[in-house]
Design a protein around this ligand. Structure first.
Ligand SMILES: Cc1ncc(COP(=O)(O)O)c(C=O)c1O
Length: 392
């Protein structure tokens, strides 16, 4: 494998990057010296296998419709077995226009307008957005923050259900809290979905980005829920190719597959050749070695960021078990949300995600994307220390 250079600073301004080119218009954080730490993509080049695959398309210079996806499906099967110990069949896979689209497709295929859709909040904000946009109702079941670590409280969630709920969307590993749910917790989720007869959609887009010492368990490895389970995975988050907008909805149960396939057909969904070619090249031994190197680098960034931020009185960064998204609690500062956010954006010139967009429980938090060269993490830490220096 070509050794990846994660320290390389790549200027992403004026490339139609949502993360960088929308920073100033949306946050007022200046383009010339701002640090963009919001949208969850990385400032790193993908593995060389991905670049080569795209380069060979460009060299061929023909961009027609994609067909014969056997090698693509085989690559997904190989990755799930090799990296996640999960055996899948090629016909279980549906390729959607990314996983926000995958979520919307699940809502469309398995719920009706007005149904309640359960989320364990705070959680990835686009879930609530598509649930509301599709005329379904968000049912927020708040995670318990136990000493800076999220846990589930099924007794409380049981009491919240009124029978109108038909789906649960789980984020595993968890964005933004960084939890890698244990097998026992996943069994609890499965039992909860069964008790309330919910279709269980498990969004596992962050499953490759697991910190040393933690092991992700695919929901599909929990017994007894196959007939209600929809798995969602993608190469986009792991390999930094989110602009390709391709994701995989993997459905082991034949009856659920039939319903999903019918909606795919009704909406005229078809694959994007760039996304599929790049994904196949990512799910390779070279891609696997790249992920291992990436996770080591991200773990280093996480340690530097957490040490620097936790040294500021009143700030607490949740220990990340997975993802590159630091979830920082500002409640200990005693400041209003407007005040601590203004210090981060106007004084430190950092653009983070705002906690309330993630739902109940996110009010006192900001989310910082750590998938950037280390020099920027160090700059972010010193800017935050400076902006909150009166608390030191
Ligand atoms: C849990 C989760 N699901 C889905 C997505 C986005 O998926 P896509 O870009 O494939 O629509 C994200 C992006 O951050 C995410 O965190």
């Amino acid at each position: 494998m070509t050794t990846p250079d994660f320290d390389k600073i790549i200027d992403r301004m004026n490339t139609h990057s949502m993360k960088w080119d929308m920073m100033e218009p949306l946050y007022g954080v200046p383009a010339e010296d701002g640090l963009s730490m919001w949208v969850a993509d990385m400032d790193f080049e993908p593995p060389a296998s991905v670049t080569r695959a795209l380069q060979s398309m460009v060299d061929h210079n023909i961009y027609g419709y994609y067909g014969d996806d056997r090698s693509y499906r085989a690559a997904i099967g190989w990755w799930m077995a090799e990296r996640h110990g999960w055996q899948i069949e090629p016909e279980w896979i549906f390729t959607t226009h990314g996983l926000v689209n995958g979520t919307a497709m699940c809502l469309d295929a398995f719920t009706k307008p007005g149904d309640g859709v359960v989320l364990f909040t705070p959680v990835y904000h686009a879930f609530a957005r598509v649930i509301k946009a599709s005329g379904r109702r968000v049912v927020e079941c708040e995670l318990t923050n136990t000493n800076g670590r999220y846990e589930m409280d099924f007794a409380a969630y049981d009491a919240q259900m009124d029978g109108s709920e038909t789906m649960l969307i789980l984020c595993s590993p968890h964005n933004p809290g960084g939890r890698v749910w244990t097998k026992a917790e996943l069994k609890g989720v499965a039992a909860f979905a069964k008790r309330h007869d919910l279709t269980l959609v498990s969004d596992e887009i962050h499953h490759d980005l697991v910190m040393p010492g933690h092991t992700h368990t695919p929901m599909a490895k929990i017994d007894g829920i196959e007939d209600r389970l929809v798995m969602m995975t993608a190469t986009t988050k792991s390999f930094n190719i989110a602009g390709t907008h391709s994701g995989n909805v993997i459905i082991p149960d034949a009856a659920l597959r039939e319903r999903f396939a019918a909606r795919m057909a009704a909406l005229g969904m078809g694959p994007n050749s760039f996304g599929l070619v790049m994904a196949e090249a990512a799910y390779s031994p070279e891609g696997a070695a790249w992920i291992d190197a990436l996770v080591t680098y991200l773990d280093g960034n996480r340690q530097i960021f957490d040490a620097g931020v936790n040294a500021i009185p009143g700030l607490k960064s949740m220990p990340l078990e997975s993802t590159y998204l630091a979830w920082v609690d500002f409640s200990g500062t005693g400041m209003s949300r407007e005040d601590f956010t203004a210090r981060v954006e106007k004084q430190a010139k950092i653009a983070p995600n705002h906690g309330p967009t993630f739902g109940k429980g996110g009010e006192s938090f900001l989310r910082f994307n750590l998938a950037t060269p280390r020099a920027r993490i160090e700059a972010a830490v010193s800017r935050l220390q400076e902006a909150f220096s009166d608390l030191q």
